[in-house]
Design a binder for this molecule. Structure first.
Ligand code: ZN
Length: 429
């Protein structure tokens, strides 16, 4: 009888203790503190908050590296889970943590468990645990992620990568977190570049159809293969980027430049530049006149505006005046773009000399495909096809062509004398 009584009392007592302690534990958990056994790779650490004692988790120096390795391998996406297990178990010597085994009534230790190899399910449970990213997400936080009071072993970014968007911890600017499932990050948009510095020789044309080649890097089994290619209604033609670099360089290294022609080239270039400068002076003059005309129109408008008494008319005139001012601004800003100063010309002549002195270097401008195209146009008689380059039969303009008679050519007389062309002051096109 007495035994039964004491058992009932003990049970009662136990319940009371739980009622007293569990709400506190829930509160601590929601506040981001540690309650209960530490997770593998972490250990409990006591800290003092004012006068109160709390627990957080800190890296376990003996086991933290295992967990970090799991996240790194998962995030790299280069290994299957089975391969990760192999690395952990066989190469790094992972064994599960040893724990005491208690008797059924919980009064004595009857042995130890653990010390086993990592299994696939356990591996999955590990990388899905948010505590390793310093985030609590469990029943007591109502399954809502809460920032823990410790750093964790990996960053949230790495954690997300390791979970490959099946689970995704989204951080908001106010510091709150949300757990998303099968999260789709938007695919990055790659802008197609006409003058992509990765492919400087798109100005070489296709031997099949004569159009300029395209550049891209299709993916093979493991890596990308950058290449130039074309398949515009014909059997696909492609050449690897390295091969193209080699072909172009070889072509230029084979070109011979005799001193005479070099002089002619310089002369021609200088003459072209002077002519260009002359054109620009002419255009500047016309533009100056236009600005002056607009300005005089504006002043006459102003005079009229002052003498107008009617409200409607003055409003209309004010609007017109505004338009005129905008027009003047536009005309003036364009006016500045067409100026080619003596400094520019000197720079261009310097550039022409560079071509003359070291054509191989100067005619290859991989960093700027637009300029490369212009250089090719200057050097070749029409853009060369790949086959012509490879066989060394690409037609060069006569100054570069050893057999020609020296005379002064007009390079690009057929070029339009449009505004766009004239603004192009960085090259010798
Ligand atoms: Zn083609």
């Amino acid at each position: 009888m007495a035994e039964t009584m004491s058992a009932v009392i003990a049970e009662d007592e136990g319940e009371k203790i739980l009622k007293r302690t569990i709400p506190k534990q829930i509160k601590y958990t929601q506040g981001g503190y540690q309650v209960g056994c530490p997770d593998d790779g972490l250990q409990n650490k006591r800290i003092r908050i004012d006068t109160q004692l709390r627990y957080i988790q800190a890296p376990d120096p003996k086991r933290a590296h295992f967990i970090q390795k799991i996240f790194e391998l998962r995030a790299a996406c280069s290994h299957t889970d089975q391969q990760i297990l192999h690395i952990l178990n066989e190469e790094m010597g992972f064994r599960t943590k040893m724990r005491n085994r208690w008797s059924k009534d919980g009064t004595e230790i009857v042995g130890q468990i653990g010390g086993k190899k990592l299994g696939i399910k356990q591996l999955q449970r590990i990388y899905q645990r948010t505590v390793y990213a310093g985030v609590l997400n469990e029943k007591w936080t109502h399954d809502k992620p809460v920032k823990a009071q410790w750093e964790g072993l990996v960053s949230i970014e790495l954690w997300n990568k390791a979970n490959r968007n099946k689970l995704y911890l989204k951080e908001y600017p106010d510091g709150t977190l949300e757990m998303l499932y099968n999260y789709k990050t938007e695919k990055p948009v790659f802008q197609r570049l006409q003058y992509n510095p990765e492919y400087p020789f798109k100005c070489v044309t296709c031997p099949e159809c004569g159009e300029q080649l395209k550049g891209s890097a299709p993916k093979g089994r493991n890596t990308h293969y950058p290449q130039y290619h074309c398949a515009r209604g014909h059997k696909s033609f492609s050449v690897s980027r390295n091969q193209m670099d080699k072909t172009v360089e070889e072509f230029f290294s084979d070109v011979e430049y005799s001193e005479d022609y070099v002089k002619v080239l310089e002369e021609v270039l200088v003459r072209r530049l002077r002519q260009k400068q002359d054109d620009i002076v002419q255009e500047s003059k016309t533009l100056d006149e236009r600005v002056a005309l607009l300005k005089s129109e504006k002043s006459s408008l102003l005079k009229k505006l002052i003498s107008t008494e009617s409200d409607t008319v003055s409003k209309m005139m004010e609007a017109e005046l505004e338009n005129k001012e905008a027009e003047i601004k536009r005309a003036e800003s364009y006016r500045f773009t067409v100026d080619l100063t003596e400094v520019d010309v000197k720079e261009l002549i310097g550039y022409a000399r560079k071509i003359v002195e070291s054509p191989e270097k100067a005619l290859l401008d991989k960093a700027n495909p637009l300029r490369q195209e212009h250089l090719f146009k200057l050097f070749f008689d029409g853009l060369p096809t790949y086959a012509e380059l490879a066989s060394g039969t690409a037609k060069k303009r006569f100054i570069f062509n050893g057999k020609c008679i020296v005379e002064t050519p007009e390079i690009g007389v057929s070029e339009q004398k449009g505004r766009r062309r004239r603004r192009c002051t960085n090259c010798v096109c």
